[in-house]
Design a protein around this ligand. Sequence first.
Ligand code: UD1
Length: 406
Amino acid sequence: MKILSVVGARPNFMKVAPILSAIQECNERVRATAPTRPDPAHSEEIQHVLVHTGQHYDQAMSDSFFTDLGLPQPDVHLGVGSGSHAAQTAEIMKRFEEVLLRERPDVVIVVGDVNSTLGCALVTAKISFDANGTRPLIAHVEAGLRSFDRTMPEEYNRLLTDHLSDLLFVTEESGLRNLKAEGIPEGKVFFVGNTMIDSLLAFRDRADESPILSDLGLRGPSRNGARNRAQPYALLTLHRPSNVDDAEAFQNILEGLSPLSRQMEIIFPVHPRTRKRIQEFALERHFQMSPNGDQKGIRLIHPLGYLDFLSLMKNAGLVLTDSGGIQEETSCLRVPCVTLRETTERPVTVTHGPNVVAGISVEGIGKAIVRQMSRKARTRLPRKWDGRAAQRIVQVLANAVREPRA
Ligand code: UD1
């Protein structure tokens, strides 16, 4: 059996890493039970091909994640880079089609909701290896999430990828309901848990080795081997076009954060898109561009790798974000989160986790921060967020490839 997995943008890497580990474990089991299997073509081992579309390409947005997560170098790099949605998706599709025809895998795995996810799913759905129309199965990891906000490009990517897919792997129960409501047959849908959380649980302790807290002056040097507690700080991420490409929306958010920034320092690792907008809209006055000694204000820093960011998230008093994945990660870490958006496609982070959807008005953000700073409510881990989602996925894939297709 041959599986091809696609990664493209920053949030894809931690979703695919555990699947690669689960495939490796599966192969080790096969080898252990049949050490002298003669013919690799008939082996039960899973061959794997990792394709990177190159949607994200900076060291900080891509390479550092490969290092931190111990991912192997991609077998194929499409080198697509940035562009308009149409240009980027079209380029991904053109280059991916050639790879698919050459590799002819049994399964293509796409994850999440970025342009690479949809582009590669669409190519796979229309490819034909022979006169019978043979093509790989399409497996979508993180299926069924819906914000019901069609101004988000990701909402189209989610909807369309799900409707193209043969196997839909769902992270939370809302996904099951959404797919049912859209008429996706139940037999295609598997509630397996969350591979992003598999990575988080696998790397949570290793993140403590990151020097980022001392590098940022948030924690003094350890004495006699005992670590000092970090001083209180909040952590901010912002990169959604609806928040940062619109000067008024961006300005509102910064005003909403202003009272908090007078109480504690807000650390803000800045996405390249956001950095450009700060310059374009002349918003520099809202930030301390370098530490000012009194440790208040919003401090801009460069984008961080996986382990550094995880360390900052674990130790933060509060996380403020417009990312989807960070809502899930803070839920697992039980760190209060304020989501700077009007909707979430991940409602379990609100019903079970410590997340509040604040909107982007100055008042909404202010209220949500006050509520979260005095939060006492206990939170529960969502069902199946137990670190074993990838193993369940690989098991389903192995069964699906063995079964004749309907
Ligand atoms: C993409 C995803 C979004 C995800 C986000 C995580 C889509 C539609 N959007 O948004 O869902 O939450 O990634 O970061 O797929 N750039 C660089 N270096 C890079 C990559 C991008 O400088 O390595 C700059 C370029 O100017 C580019 C801009 O960032 O034009 C936006 O990149 P793009 O991949 O188009 O979308 P993201 O905003 O990163």
